[in-house]
Design a protein around this ligand. Structure first.
Ligand SMILES: [Zn+2]
Length: 262
């Protein structure tokens, strides 16, 4: 479990190269946000940086676990900008899938929490975008950090501020994390889930499978709505189910598949 107060990560994989010891007398003034442009594990980042002349201080994986590679007091090579590197802490985030995919709800929550913890620890001020929290593409031409600077930016920053405020009084945010509502699956994920559910359950005629597939398809677009809809649709699903498979079994399978894919 990450120690947010003392900034001790779940896993440490200390780099022995591709960073600069110390900060050249500079002070930490900001955090810089990155995405993996892929879904890397904590160890996966370490492996990539063994052969690439790059590094970051932290990685938040797709399950919200945090790895550290470069000590905060040292300069990581993440922003393609010497001045920015010397004055920032670089945070990588795993995408949920390929480079174009958003981050998972778990990654968003843990990443925002980490930003808040760093800003508290180093007295960087309340996290504010383009004030003391910057995207990688502020310093160089890059698609990084993807959705964290786009569709997920406001949710990410709202959470960073909520955690920052809560940590100031030794509590946790009173507003719930946007866990369920923020899930976004790729078209591929949705098709794969629908196929697995319908295949796995073998619920009879293709027309019924198509109905269930379209339900999964619609539901998977928004898992909070999906989980609410599942309850509302229990009765309707009973009409879809046949061949000895109960509506409850279908509902459970759909929910399990949606959760497993996140
Ligand atoms: Zn980056």
């Amino acid at each position: 479990m990450m120690d947010w107060t003392n900034l001790i990560a779940d896993e440490n994989w200390w780099m022995e190269k591709h960073f600069t010891p110390g900060r050249g007398g500079r002070r930490i003034t900001k955090t810089v946000i990155h995405h993996n442009a892929g879904r890397l594990s904590i160890k996966g980042c370490y492996d990539v940086w063994q052969t690439r002349q790059a590094s970051a201080h932290y990685q938040v994986d797709a399950y919200g676990r945090i790895g550290q590679y470069v000590h905060d007091s040292d300069t990581a090579w993440h922003a393609a900008n010497n001045d920015a590197n010397a004055t920032s802490i670089g945070i990588e985030h795993a995408n949920s899938g390929d480079a174009s995919s958003p981050v998972t709800a778990e990654t968003l929550e843990a990443g925002a929490h980490l930003v808040a913890a760093i800003h508290r620890h180093y007295d960087l001020g309340r996290p504010a975008w383009l004030v003391n929290v910057f995207p990688h593409n502020h310093y160089t031409q890059t698609g990084c950090p993807g959705h964290l600077a786009g569709s997920q930016n406001s949710a990410y920053m709202a959470r960073a501020q909520a955690w920052y405020d809560a940590m100031g009084s030794g509590t946790t945010p009173t507003t719930p994390s946007p866990q369920e509502d923020d899930m976004a699956l790729t078209e591929d994920d949705i098709t794969r889930i629908a196929a697995k559910v319908t295949d796995g359950l073998r619920i009879g005629p293709s027309g019924q499978q198509a109905t269930l597939a379209s339900f999964v398809h619609a539901a998977a677009r928004d898992s909070a709505a999906a989980l609410r809809a599942v309850e509302a649709l229990r009765a309707d699903l009973a009409k879809v189910a046949s061949g000895g498979v109960s509506a409850d079994a279908i509902v459970d399978a759909v929910v399990a598949r949606i959760k497993a894919s996140r």
